[in-house]
Design a protein around this ligand. Structure first.
Ligand SMILES: Cc1cc2nc3c(=O)[nH]c(=O)nc-3n(C[C@H](O)[C@H](O)[C@H](O)COP(=O)(O)O)c2cc1C
Length: 200
């Protein structure tokens, strides 16, 4: 039996705007620790150095619904860090293909390299992940051939480690189905949440 790409029923629960927001927050929270979840691998968008768009897949390392923040671990030498320093406006996109759901978040990114946010994230980083931050030369440098995995020197990896913290002020949920598509937008302004259905 093939699975329809257009499920008849909405993903469990969301019937009201409150339900939709709870649905998205639950999945983003679970995505941090669920390796099988599509919410674990969002796409982070920023403004590229040339003024055009830039985007890349990242691992969602933290999500706090009450603060409206998402955490991503990275190497401070990557181009995205320079881009976010120049223009902190950023967005995250998740596509859950099994449920035909797309989630977009828009917000402002801050970089954390030597504060308690970075220290807490580093403390939770295992040796297998440290190698990602220990490359020589820096990520993005042109090299004559694909490099071998670097020896992970924890001190060197720590020196390159950074956390991107995206505080978001807007969220959009889109669900496609045969019965009709649902789109909802949530915006936080002045301590208030404004929630609306939208034409898909
Ligand atoms: C499945 C997957 C997960 C990734 N996770 C991260 C991540 O958590 N942090 C990160 O900096 N790059 C991650 N990357 C690599 C980025 O997509 C990107 O190639 C790299 O960070 C350089 O991006 P930049 O040149 O825009 O800075 C991941 C790539 C893939 C394919």
């Amino acid at each position: 039996m093939t699975t329809s790409p257009w499920p008849d029923e909405p993903p469990p629960c969301p019937r009201t705007l409150d339900d939709v927001l709870a649905y998205v927050f639950t999945r983003l929270t679970a995505g941090v620790s669920d390796r099988a979840s599509p919410y674990r691998l969002p796409v982070l968008a920023s403004q590229g150095a040339d003024g055009g768009p830039d985007l890349r897949t990242v691992v969602l390392r933290g999500f706090a619904a009450h603060e409206r923040t998402a955490l991503i671990h990275t190497d401070r030498r990557t181009p995205k860090c320079a881009e976010l320093r120049a223009n902190p406006r950023a967005a995250l996109l998740v596509h859950d293909a099994a449920s035909n759901v797309q989630v977009r978040l828009w917000g402002t990114a801050t970089l954390h390299e030597n504060d308690e946010i970075a220290e807490a994230a580093w403390a939770a980083t295992g040796p297998g992940q440290m190698v990602n931050y220990a490359t020589q030369p820096a990520p993005g440098a042109f090299v004559p051939s694909p490099p071998a995995l670097p020896e992970a020197s924890p001190a060197q990896a720590r020196a390159n480690f950074a956390v991107v913290r995206l505080g978001f002020h807007a969220l959009e949920f889109l669900w496609l189905s045969r019965r009709g598509h649902w789109r909802a937008r949530f915006e936080w302004a002045g301590g208030q949440l404004i929630a609306n259905w939208q034409m898909p």
